[in-house]
Design a protein around this ligand. Structure first.
Ligand code: ZN
Length: 196
């Protein structure tokens, strides 16, 4: 037993340390979600009609680095300060989610601009390259020679309802911060698809 030490740093990781090294503990609290924390969340996203748009149910929780734009801003704001075990319901207007729809982002192209050998159908998503970079576009109508593409996010203009449970909160590693995404089994990114 170490005694007389005034240089011990309380560990946030393990309660064993507290037992080994008696400290003048004033307050114990869970690690809270703050900038550069890695949070793992279970979530279900529904529209206002109750239709499930996306869910982690049946899969692994979503792990993300807080405060660097990994999640939509409205959801990050509500998760700030939460800890493992916390549950929350978040209703987001489109402006706090994927933005309002912009009809100016719908445009017509001719069929010969479509990739060869692809059967173009309404609802299909394609990659379009413009002078502003790559965009995912959705086919919204197909006429003889004219195809309408919508570059709005599919959830633009949709109010979002998140049911969230915080599963785990920890500090991000230096490498995770450098890469801007979570590593490890709970990471959303496939760890093998890029070099380290
Ligand atoms: Zn990485």
């Amino acid at each position: 037993m170490v005694s007389g030490s005034d240089t011990l740093t309380p560990s946030r990781e393990s309660s064993d340390d507290l037992a080994l090294h008696p400290l003048n503990v004033l307050r114990i609290q869970a690690v809270k979600i703050s900038k550069n924390a890695v949070a793992s969340i279970e979530y279900t996203l529904t529209d206002d009609g109750g239709t499930v748009i996306d869910t982690s149910d049946g899969g692994t929780p979503l792990a993300y680095i807080h405060g660097i734009g990994n999640l939509i801003p409205g959801l990050e704001k509500e998760l700030e300060g939460k800890a493992a075990g916390d549950e929350l319901k978040v209703h987001l207007a489109p402006t706090d989610g994927y933005g309002e729809r912009d009809d100016g982002m719908v445009q017509s192209v001719s069929r010969d601009q479509m990739p060869e050998g692809v059967d173009i159908e309404v609802g299909m998503q394609l990659q379009a390259e413009s002078d502003q970079g790559m965009h995912v576009v959705t086919v919204i109508s197909v006429q003889d020679d004219e195809i309408q593409l919508d570059a709005n996010h599919p959830l633009a203009g949709v109010p979002l309802n998140f049911d969230v449970k915080v599963v785990e909160v920890r500090d991000a590693t230096a490498e995770e911060l450098e890469h801007g995404h979570v590593h490890g089994a709970d990471g959303h990114e496939d760890h093998e698809d890029h070099d380290h």
